[in-house]
Write a protein that binds this ligand. Sequence first.
Ligand SMILES: [Fe+2]
Length: 289
Amino acid sequence: MNTIEITMSPAVSHLLEVTAKTHRIDSLEQYFLDPASSQLDFTFEPEWHDFVDQVSNAWKTNHHMVVRNMPTDNGASTLLAALSLPARFKPYRDQKIVKHFKMSPWTEELSQTIKEGHFHTDLNTAPIPPAATVIHCIKSDPDPKMGVSRVALLSDLINHLEKVGATETLTFLTETQVDMVDERKQSAWSGLIVESDAIRFHPETLRAAARRLNSLPEDLEAYLAQIHESALAVSEPIHLAPGDAIFVSNKRALHYRGACTAQFTMFPHEFQTREIYVLHLQEEPQWSV
Ligand SMILES: [Fe+2]
């Protein structure tokens, strides 16, 4: 699987920058969460339409893409660029859409730890997880070789597991009822990890459920290791520079972030690390023909 790369043109970048400058991020968020809102002016420009066509083609081919050279600001450009994936934004808290994450050497929190992450889908214990995730890099890891991203397509993962004869892991993914628990959100979900060509998966929510409910097969760790190995084999490193983003299906792909570093400017509280904006879309993007 090759990741499709799109470079945002200076014209589209300019449209986003101008729009971002003339609106506050919270009023944009509120505007986009109101179903009665009409389209913003810039979305009628031909350059924007060309960009949306590229995004739509990449999504339909590969369920994810890298978009390079997006503007960076307070998250408004993240939000505006994500309009190229037509679907409702998923709010968290009242009227917020864009989340900011700065990695930290002082937390175990999965979304912010500098430790290596897992291949996973987001919000996997939610009754209906979001269908898409946008990850927009604002600051790269201080070490250019670290904080690398990867995307493993579900279809490639399944094919690889078949190829290496990992039948028990395949059964675990597609036929075994499992429980997932998110201790931080106090949410839980039970069902199949892979169903109807969609995956919901996070090793830590499976482990948390196993600890709490003692309900998972003994071979859980072996399955998780096999899934990680196959996901690594079918994915490639993606390096995000500031302004670059990953648009990725949260149903047809797993995403991953490698270990990060922190560069202290004043120990212990001032440091440079990877910083990203993240947002989610509720349903599969649908482009009108
Ligand atoms: Fe994630």
